[in-house]
Design a binder for this molecule. Structure first.
Ligand SMILES: Cc1cc2nc3c(=O)[nH]c(=O)nc-3n(C[C@H](O)[C@H](O)[C@H](O)COP(=O)(O)OP(=O)(O)OC[C@H]3O[C@@H](n4cnc5c(N)ncnc54)[C@H](O)[C@@H]3O)c2cc1C
Length: 513
C-alpha cells in the first residue's frame, strides 16, 4: 500500500523472494516524496526530497541502480549566510573548514577536528544499525561496551544541540552553522533534549564512503523510476491511481484492502508505506487495534515544520558580498541565525505562528543538471523552517502566499537579484504536503526523529520491528526504523521481516498484538 521509494524497495525484495506482490499507489505517479514533477512550464523539481544522501549500498547493488543509469553529482561546500552579513563555509575537507572557523574563533578552529572525530566515532556506532530491524537492546549494549564512543552517544541522545555545541564551541556563528539541522524536521527548538542527535545526521558521513550524496541527474524522480523498474522486473505489479480506503481486518488479522473507487484486493500480507498515523488511525477501524496501541500512535509526534518553495528563475542569482566562494551554488546554502533565535522561532511555531525570517535552506539543482529548466534558466528549491501545520489563526490557504512572499524578500537580502528573477513558483505549506503527498501533518519524515521516536521506539514501543498488532499488517515507510530520508532501508528491512514471518508456520503479529 503506497509506491513511495520504501514501498518500491519492499516490493522488489518481496517479489524477489517469490511472493506475488501488488503495489497500490494513490497518486498517478509512483515515488511518494521522492519524485520529479513539472511545477511551471519547462521547470521540474520535487515537491519533496531534493538531495540523495544515504540510499543504502545494498539497494544500489541489488536493484542495479548504477547500471540503470542513476547518476549523482556531488553537492558542493555548504555556505551559511547570516543576517549580519557574515558568511561561513563548511567545506568538504576539514582543513579548509578549520581555516574558515578561525575567522570567527581560534579556539573553535582548534576544537573542530575533535568534534568531527567524535561525530565519526558515534556515526560508526549508530550507522550500522540502519540496515537491520531495530535490534535487541543487548546487541546495542554489547557494541557500546566495545566502543569508547558509547558515552558520547548516550550524551548525544540525551542532550540538546545547543548544550552539546555550547560545551565545545564559543562563536554563535560557528554553533549555528553546525547546529541548524536540529530544527529541520521538528517543532522542537535546538535547546530541547534529544535534538543533539541531528548533529550526527549532518556531520557523521558514512565511513565507508560508499554512499554517494548530492543531486540526481534528472531529479529525485529518477531514483524512484528506477526502483519501480527493478521491482517490475522481479515480477511486482505496480498500479498507480489506486487509493486504499480501508485495510480489511478480520479476527485480528489483515486480509487485504478496499479501494477508494470500489473493489478490493485480498492478500495474505498488507505492507503499508503510508505513515503510522494514516495507516492505523485512518485506514484501520478504531476497534481493530488494542486501545493502548491506538493511544500511543495518537501521541506520536507527526506535525510538519517547513514550507517548501520551488522557484522558476530567469537566471542564477549571485550571492551578495564578495565572501561567497566559487561553487557556492553547488551546495546546500543555509540562510541562518543564532541558535537562540531558532529557539524563539520554534516556540512561535509550536504556538501556531509561522516564523518571520526563519532559517532557510536553499539549493539550485539546475547548476548540477541544466535539463531541469529551459535553457539559461534555473530552479531554486527553498525550505523555510519553523512553519507549523496547525495555525493559531487563519488557514494555510490564506497564509501560503504572504508567507512565501516574505521568504522571497528575505532571500533578496542575500541574493539581491533573486526577487526580480522569479518567473513562477510552487509553494507547499505543511497542509499542502499532507494533501498532495499524503504526509499526515505535513511531516517530511513520517514523524519526528528525536530519540523518543527512534530505534526500538519508532513508531512506538512494542511495534518497532515493522510488524503491528494486526497480524499480517506491516509498516515499511519512514515512520519505521531508521526513519526518514531516501535510504530505502525501511523497505528492505521490512521485506526481510515479512519473508521471515511467511516462512514460519503462520504470519505472526508483533509483541504488542
Ligand atoms: C519537502 C520535503 C523535503 C525533503 N527533502 C529530503 C532530501 O533532500 N533528502 C532526503 O533524503 N529526504 C528528504 N525528505 C524526506 C524523504 O523524502 C522521505 O522521508 C521519504 O521520501 C519517505 O519515503 P517513504 O517511501 O517512506 O514514504 P513516502 O514517500 O511518503 O511514500 C508513501 C506513499 O504511500 C502513498 N499512500 C499513502 N496513503 C495511501 C493510500 N491510502 N493508498 C495508496 N497509496 C497511499 C503515498 O501517495 C506515497 O506515494 C524530504 C521530504 C519532504 C516532504
Amino acid at each position: 500500500m503506497g509506491g513511495g521509494h520504501n514501498g518500491l524497495v519492499a516490493a522488489f525484495y518481496l517479489a524477489r523472494a517469490g511472493l506475488r506482490t501488488l503495489v497500490l499507489e494513490r497518486r498517478p505517479i509512483v515515488g511518494g516524496a521522492c519524485v520529479t514533477e513539472e511545477f511551471a512550464p519547462g521547470f521540474r523539481a520535487s515537491p519533496g526530497a531534493y538531495v540523495l544522501s544515504n540510499l543504502r549500498p545494498a539497494i544500489w547493488r541489488d536493484m542495479r541502480l548504477r547500471e540503470r543509469g542513476l547518476r549523482v553529482s556531488p553537492a558542493g561546500p555548504s555556505l551559511n549566510l547570516f543576517a549580519d552579513g557574515r558568511s561561513f563555509v563548511l567545506h568538504n575537507t576539514d582543513a579548509e573548514t578549520v581555516r574558515e572557523i578561525a575567522a570567527f574563533s581560534a579556539a573553535d578552529a582548534r576544537a573542530f577536528p575533535a568534534f568531527k572525530q567524535e561525530m565519526a566515532d558515534i556515526g560508526g556506532l549508530l550507522l550500522p544499525t540502519i540496515d537491520h530491524a531495530p535490534g535487541p537492546l543487548r546487541a546495542g549494549l554489547r557494541a557500546a561496551r566495545r566502543r569508547r564512543a558509547a558515552e558520547r552517544a548516550v550524551e548525544l541522545l540525551a542532550t540538546s544541540a545547543r548544550r552539546y555545541l555550547d560545551a565545545r564551541f564559543e562563536s554563535e556563528h560557528v554553533k549555528a552553522a553546525l547546529g541548524w539541522d536540529a530544527i529541520s524536521n521538528t517543532l522542537a527548538g535546538p535547546s530541547e533534549a534529544g535534538t543533539a542527535l541531528a548533529l550526527v545526521h549532518e556531520h557523521a558521513a558514512d565511513p565507508s564512503g560508499a554512499v554517494p550524496w548530492g543531486f540526481v541527474a534528472g531529479g529525485m524522480g529518477e531514483v524512484t523510476r528506477m526502483l519501480a523498474d527493478a521491482a517490475r522486473e522481479e515480477g511486482a505489479e505496480i498500479r498507480p491511481g489506486a487509493e486504499v480506503e480501508r485495510i480489511l481486518v478480520d479476527g485480528g488479522r489483515a486480509r487485504g484492502v478496499e479501494l477508494a473507487g470500489g473493489g478490493a484486493e485480498q492478500a495474505r500480507v498488507v505492507v503499508s508505506n503510508a505513515d503510522p498515523k494514516r495507516t492505523f488511525l485512518r485506514l484501520c477501524e478504531p476497534g481493530q487495534l488494542p486501545a493502548g496501541f491506538a493511544r500511543a500512535i495518537r501521541a506520536y509526534r507527526c506535525e510538519g515544520a517547513s514550507l517548501k518553495i520551488n522557484l522558476a528563475l530567469s537566471g542564477l542569482p549571485a550571492v551578495a558580498g564578495s565572501a561567497a566562494p566559487n561553487g557556492a551554488h553547488r551546495g546546500l546554502i543555509q540562510v541562518t541565525l543564532p541558535l537562540a533565535e531558532m529557539d524563539r522561532h520554534q516556540q512561535d511555531a509550536r504556538r501556531g505562528i509561522p516564523a518571520i525570517d526563519p532559517h532557510l535552506e536553499v539549493c539550485f539543482p539546475t547548476v548540477h543538471d541544466p535539463s531541469l529548466a529551459p535553457e539559461g534558466r534555473h530552479v531554486a528549491t527553498v525550505g523555510a523552517r519553523s512553519q507549523p501545520y496547525r495555525l493559531a489563526g487563519g488557514s494555510w490557504d490564506e497564509l501560503r502566499d504572504p508567507v512565501a512572499d516574505r521568504v522571497v524578500e528575505q532571500l533578496g537580502h542575500h541574493f539581491p537579484d533573486l526577487p526580480g528573477m522569479v518567473i513562477d513558483r510552487e509553494v507547499l505549506s505543511p497542509l499542502d504536503l499532507e494533501r498532495r503527498l499524503a504526509l499526515t501533518g505535513g511531516h517530511h519524515l513520517h514523524g519526528d526523529m528525536l530519540p523518543d521516536q527512534l530505534f526500538l521506539l519508532r513508531p512506538v514501543r512494542g511495534a518497532a520491528g515493522y510488524r503491528s498488532p494486526v497480524r499480517g499488517l506491516y509498516l515499511c515507510g519512514a515512520g519505521t526504523h531508521p526513519g526518514g530520508g531516501v535510504t530505502g532501508a525501511n523497505g528492505r528491512n521490512c521485506a526481510r521481516v515479512v519473508v521471515r514471518d511467511l516462512r514460519r508456520p503462520r504470519v505472526r503479529g508483533s509483541a504488542g498484538a
